[in-house]
Each structure stands twice: as structure tokens, then as C-alpha cells.
Ligand binder design. Structure first.
Ligand code: RIB
Ligand code: CA
Length: 321
């Protein structure tokens, strides 16, 4: 039986890969997508999600546009990594799927609460929409099976020496989610920086089908940006690892830890303080990643792209008949 999931994201190259994996793998059923400002503005991240759905010919997944900025701070974006569009590196189709008039947090809450069984919520951007949904619909938490989020770090970081981007952008929202008491897996940048599609794997996509060929260009751009910024030897597909962890929990190794977020520090805003040795006495509130099975993860990703290639080719063939 497929696990029902809802993705809240800020596409973003790796958010796109998370959406593609969720659409392609039969172990999960993607109920809906909400977008949030993060990698780029709220308008661009929503447009990018619609372009990705159009690229893969998906018309049955509702799309909601969420917050255009953090709960109480100015927006910080990541054009240096994802480009001016938020998905630079290849020509994506003009968006043909509709964006719901329902605001993102409401769409997230109502889709999850309206589903017949508990839903796995997968946030892969700043947690603004999730915090707003939990605040506006208190009964939402009863309908969430678990939250599997990409964010934070144990020792690694990216946007500052001590903070990871999703948490840094909206630390107050992250703190609210961490304190919500909902079963939580935190997929940290320590392991997602090792969840890399390497240059050879990216190059192999260029000779693939209609989806893989576009992804090849996008991953080349993303890999180059990550190499320039962090010296990473390939494309770290941060967000897709959350979906992979729902499909196959063994793809990550976690430890139960207490995690809190710094919201007041002058130099430490957005730092996730992970008590991996239990020295604080604070009770564990999350399962935090400490390792990744990269080969298994990339195999799932490559399999998903092949599935989407066939799906689009069938749609194209169907159109021509
Ligand atoms: O730090 C990596 C995270 O920030 C990823 O989710 C990426 O898409 C950006 O949102
Ligand atoms: Ca993201």
C-alpha cells in the first residue's frame, strides 16, 4: 500500500528531484505540493513547481503557493546556487498546470486532514508554511504520520559556518516544528552533502529520455554551483533523500537526539544544536541522520527518472496516434 505524502518545497534543483522521485516511485502517493519562498522568491518557486509538473506530464497533483517570506524576518534566497529562475541550467516548459487559489498553508492542512489516513509530510524548504499550518489548524498534527524534513546540520553547514539554509531562512518556523511533538526525521546537510549524483551519472542522463535530458542540464548547473561554492564533486540532491527515506528507511542511518534551533545568536542564527551524546538532559525530539547509503539512493533516483521518461514518451506517443 503506497504511503501518502505531501511535499512542501522551494524548487530549487534538488526539490525538483524530490518531486520527481515521489511521482515515480510506487511506494509513495503524492497527495499535493505547496511551495514556499527560499531558494528563490515565492512567485518563482511556485512557477518552478508548475514547470516540473508540466515537464513530467503530471496533472493530478494539486499545487498551492505558500509564504513569500519567513514568519518574522526578511527573505534570504539562494540565486548563487539555483540561479535567477531558481531552476537554471535547462529549458523547462511554460507551466500548464493550475495553481490553486487556496493559500499554501491552508492547502497543506486541508489536503492532509482531508485524506482518509495519516499522511507523511515532507518539507524541503524553509518551514514557514508548516509552522503556519500547525498554528492555524491545531488538529492537523493528529493527521500527520511523521514529518521527514531536509534541514539543519550536526557539524556541517552551508549558508553560514554553523547554519544550513532551510533552517537559517526561517529559524522561528523551524523551532515551532521541532517543538510540535510530531514524529520527526531530520535529514541533515551532513549526509545530504554526501548524497551526490556524480558527473558521470549526470552525463549518462544526457542520452536518456525526455525528462532525463532536461535533468542532465539542470544537474550540471547545480553540480557546478555546488563545486564552486563548497568544492562538492557533483550534485548533492539534498531534498530527494527525504523522499528516498520514506520509500526505503534503510537508505539513511539515524540516531534519536534532542535538536533545538538558535534564533537569537548574532553569529549563530539558524544553527541546529544536535545533542548527539545526550549531555543536555533535554529529551530527544527527532531522529537525526548520521549516514547515507549513497548507492542505494542514486539507484532509486535513476530508476525514477527512467520511469518518468517512459511516462512522458507514452504521453507523447499517445498524442501522436
Ligand atoms: O541546504 C540545502 C537546502 O536548502 C535544500 O533544501 C535546498 O533546496 C535549499 O532549499
Ligand atoms: Ca529545498
Amino acid at each position: 500500500m503506497a504511503i501518502p505524502v505531501f511535499i512542501d518545497c522551494d524548487p530549487g534543483h534538488d526539490d525538483m528531484m524530490a518531486i520527481m522521485l515521489a511521482l515515480a516511485n510506487p511506494a509513495v502517493h503524492l497527495l499535493g505540493i505547496s511551495t514556499v519562498a527560499g531558494n528563490q522568491t515565492g512567485e518563482r518557486t511556485c512557477r518552478n513547481a508548475a514547470r516540473v509538473l508540466t515537464l513530467v506530464g503530471e496533472t493530478g497533483v494539486p499545487l498551492f503557493r505558500g509564504a513569500d517570506g519567513p514568519l518574522c524576518r526578511p527573505l534570504v534566497t539562494a540565486g548563487d546556487i539555483h540561479g535567477d529562475s531558481g531552476l537554471d541550467g535547462a529549458a523547462l516548459p511554460e507551466p500548464l498546470v493550475p495553481v490553486s487559489p487556496v493559500p499554501g498553508a491552508q492547502g497543506l492542512a486541508e489536503t492532509i486532514m482531508g485524506h482518509g489516513e495519516a499522511v507523511t509530510l515532507i518539507p524541503t524548504g524553509p518551514l514557514t508554511n508548516v509552522a503556519l499550518a500547525l498554528r492555524g489548524w491545531p488538529q492537523l498534527r493528529e493527521h500527520i504520520r511523521e514529518i521527514v524534513l531536509m534541514g539543519g546540520g550536526v557539524q556541517d553547514s552551508n549558508v553560514t559556518p554553523v547554519a544550513e539554509f532551510n533552517i537559517y531562512v526561517d529559524p522561528e518556523a523551524a523551532a515551532a516544528v521541532l517543538q510540535a511533538g510530531i514524529p520527526l526525521r531530520v535529514v541533515t546537510v551532513d549526509v545530504t552533502n554526501r548524497a551526490i549524483m556524480d558527473y558521470q551519472q549526470i552525463a549518462s542522463l544526457a542520452s536518456g529520455g525526455p525528462v532525463s535530458r532536461v535533468v542532465a542540464g539542470l544537474m550540471q548547473f547545480f553540480a557546478r554551483a555546488n563545486h564552486n561554492a563548497f568544492g562538492i564533486p557533483g550534485a548533492p540532491i539534498h531534498d530527494a533523500l527525504t523522499v528516498a527515506a520514506v520509500i526505503d528507511p534503510t537508505v539513511i542511518t539515524t540516531r534519536s537526539c534532542n535538536v533545538v534551533v538558535e534564533t537569537r545568536g548574532e553569529y549563530t542564527r539558524g544553527c541546529t544544536v544536535v545533542d548527539r551524546y545526550g549531555v543536555t538532559g533535554r529529551p530527544p525530539n527527532a531522529d537525526v541522520t548520521f549516514d547515507v547509503d549513497r548507492d542505494r539512493f542514486i539507484a532509486l533516483m535513476m530508476e525514477a527518472l527512467k520511469t518518468l521518461d517512459v511516462r512522458v514518451q507514452d504521453l507523447q506517443t499517445g498524442v501522436e496516434q
